[in-house]
Write a protein that binds this ligand. Structure first.
Ligand code: G4P
Length: 564
């Protein structure tokens, strides 16, 4: 856990093989200027961090799995403590529900716990697909991801989108095939579907013995253990038996002759069809390990967690426009990937979430806000955990710090100790739905403009200003954001907005190395050019055909579907 002012845990000195294991992504040379003791403490803390997100299509079991992991880590004591941050379709217009969701999201933004001497940080992602962009941004702040797949539904729409975002940055992925206590797809078919639809290579590290009514457990291929399933009676739902040799008659004794025969054949197939598991292939994003289990029955979860802590990467280097930043560097750097504003309308509070990329973050220390070009100090940096806030004194790479903010931060902002750096990988994604937004109360223009700007800084949606007539267009991933903007403008900024339909298929960012080609393009497509909130040029295509024709007619122009 972060070092907190109230109760500072004693340092845990890891054995040297853990400190310098192959999955330790840092070198000692970069921190030679520190005092040996400080260096060793810093490296120990760094090597203890594992920061990841659990993502899934709604209902696959993300909340349930998160809760079981927190129970293992002792971060919560009872089941049901983790509230689902889902907004069900039926409550689309229920603003109390949106506020409730925001409340849950802020308190569970980072869920930290200690497990086997490691500091595990789970970054929460929204449960509703209309907030997918928030999830995409959170994925830029993690070092690995666990993707939950429902055994009956297989790969779903959000599974595809979220895995694609992970793959853009080669984020290491572990799949957890959930709900094995129910009838679902044949395991081999499911793995084929995962490989084909998600363009990944997989490697099972556990293998199911039956499913649904006939589900008997899994064989853990990683640790060579038989894990037997009990759906009732036992608190942790499983019994583990060390069984190195599957040909042993012991297996028949535990699962019955026919299931044992089936398991032997299937495991043999697994070993022939899938490549041997290598940590480096997983950490470079080339191979995704797969586990099977049932989150609600707490089955197969511990197997995955035990493997996760052994193979998941320590904080990874981060790419800035200027250079690669390594976590072991002495100087603190970090970027803001999430902002929550106005949780309490009376206080106009905003909390910016900073992912530490290198060095040690310390309370009450000046850090340079690169976009604003000035130093800021944070007297009350915070850690959130299950609705409890804790003041923290220091944080390490991989940690996420909540900073109280009076409007200085935008998503993507960088803090350093002076060096000019701009972290990459916080792109805006081309939105899917568009509307003109107009001020509905001319007496409140100032509030309207301020409210819209702040909501855009927070990343609620994207705003494009059309150059030809100055009209503002809001672009979102889902319908819900339009309602969120309208509601929050009224309740937090005392401003009113009105939407008008706009016929748009895509907004894409345009780039060209040849300034003349860009000039000609901008001139000929005047009517369809807008700028985003950062002033970047955007082409507004009315239809797919218009987009394709523009791409054909202007080959020197690059049309990008993310802002980076
Ligand atoms: P999400 O966050 O990914 O949206 O999913 P969540 O964990 O909320 O799980 C969705 C539903 O699936 C829940 O049921 C949950 O209990 C159930 N579930 C999760 N894991 C398993 C599993 O291993 N086996 C089975 N059979 N069900 C599982 P619900 O009825 O929607 O909610 P609840 O009333 O049970 O909380």
């Amino acid at each position: 856990m972060f070092r907190v002012s109230q109760s500072y845990p004693s340092f845990i000195i890891l054995p040297i093989n853990v400190l310098l294991s192959p999955d330790t992504h840092f070198s000692l040379s970069a921190i030679h200027c520190k005092q040996p003791n400080t260096v060793s403490n810093f490296l120990t803390e760094l090597s203890r961090r594992r920061t990841f997100a659990i993502v899934a299509h709604p209902d696959a079991g993300k909340t349930t799995l998160t809760e079981k992991l927190l129970l293992f880590g002792g971060a919560i004591q009872t089941a049901g403590a983790v509230k689902s941050n889902k907004i069900k379709k039926s409550t689309v217009s229920d603003f109390m529900e949106i506020e409730r969701q925001r409340g849950i999201s802020v308190s569970t933004s980072v869920m930290g716990f200690e497990y086997r001497n490691l500091q595990i940080n789970i970054l929460d992602t929204p449960g509703h697909e209309d907030f997918a962009e928030d999830t995409y941004r959170t994925l830029t702040a993690v070092d690995s991801a666990i993707v939950v797949v429902d055994v009956a539904n297989g790969v779903e729409k959000q599974t595809e989108k979220l895995t694609k975002v992970c793959r853009m940055r080669d984020t290491p992925i572990i799949f957890f095939v959930n709900k094995m206590d129910r009838e679902g797809r044949d395991a081999f078919d499911l793995l084929d579907e995962i490989e084909q639809k998600l363009s990944v290579k997989v490697r099972p590290l556990s293998w199911p013995i039956g499913m649904g009514q006939r589900f008997k457990g899994v064989y853990n291929l990683y640790e060579k253990k038989l894990v037997l399933f009990h759906s009732h009676g036992k608190q942790d739902g499983e019994d583990t038996i060390v069984l190195e040799d599957l040909s042993s008659p012991e297996l028949d004794k535990y699962v019955g002759e026919s299931a044992a025969r089936e398991l032997r054949t299937e495991v043999e197939m697994v070993e022939t069809v899938y490549p041997e598991f290598k940590i480096e292939d997983y950490q470079s994003g080339k191979i995704c390990p797969i586990f099977f289990g049932s989150a609600v029955n707490n089955f197969g979860v511990k197997e995955m967690l035990d493997c996760f802590v052994e193979i998941a990467p320590t904080p990874l280097p981060r790419q800035a426009e200027e250079r690669t930043v390594k976590p072991e560097e002495e100087k603190m750097t970090g970027f803001v990937f999430k902002i929550f504003a106005n949780m309490d309308p009376k206080h106009r509070d905003r909390i910016a979430f900073l992912r530490i990329c290198s060095g040690k973050f310390e309370r009450n220390t000046n850090y340079r806000h690169i976009r604003l070009g000035r130093d800021l100090k944070f007297p009350a940096p915070t850690m959130f955990m299950a609705s409890k806030k804790t003041l923290l004194e220091e944080a390490y790479p991989g940690d996420v710090v909540g900073l109280y903010d009076s409007g200085n931060f935008k998503i993507g902002d960088t803090l350093t100790q002076g060096e000019i750096l701009h972290f990459k990988g916080i792109p805006a994604f081309s939105p899917e739905q568009f509307r003109f937004v107009e001020n509905a109360d001319p007496l409140k223009t100032k509030q309207f403009v301020k409210g819209l700007d702040q909501l855009m800084d927070e990343g609620v949606a994207q705003m494009f200003t059309r150059r030809s007539d100055g009209r503002r267009i809001i672009g979102t991933v889902g319908q819900l954001q339009f309602e969120v903007i309208q509601h929050r403008l009224e309740s937090e900024y005392n401003a009113k907005c009105r939407y008008e339909p706009v016929n748009l298929f895509k907004a894409c960012w345009v780039h060209a190395t040849d300034p003349k080609a860009m000039e000609e393009f901008l001139d000929r497509r005047k009517r369809d050019i807008a700028v985003d909130s950062d002033g970047a040029l955007v082409f507004l295509a009315e239809t797919n055909w218009v987009l394709q024709t523009a791409q054909e007619n202007f080959p020197k122009i690059e049309f990008r579907f993310t802002s980076e």
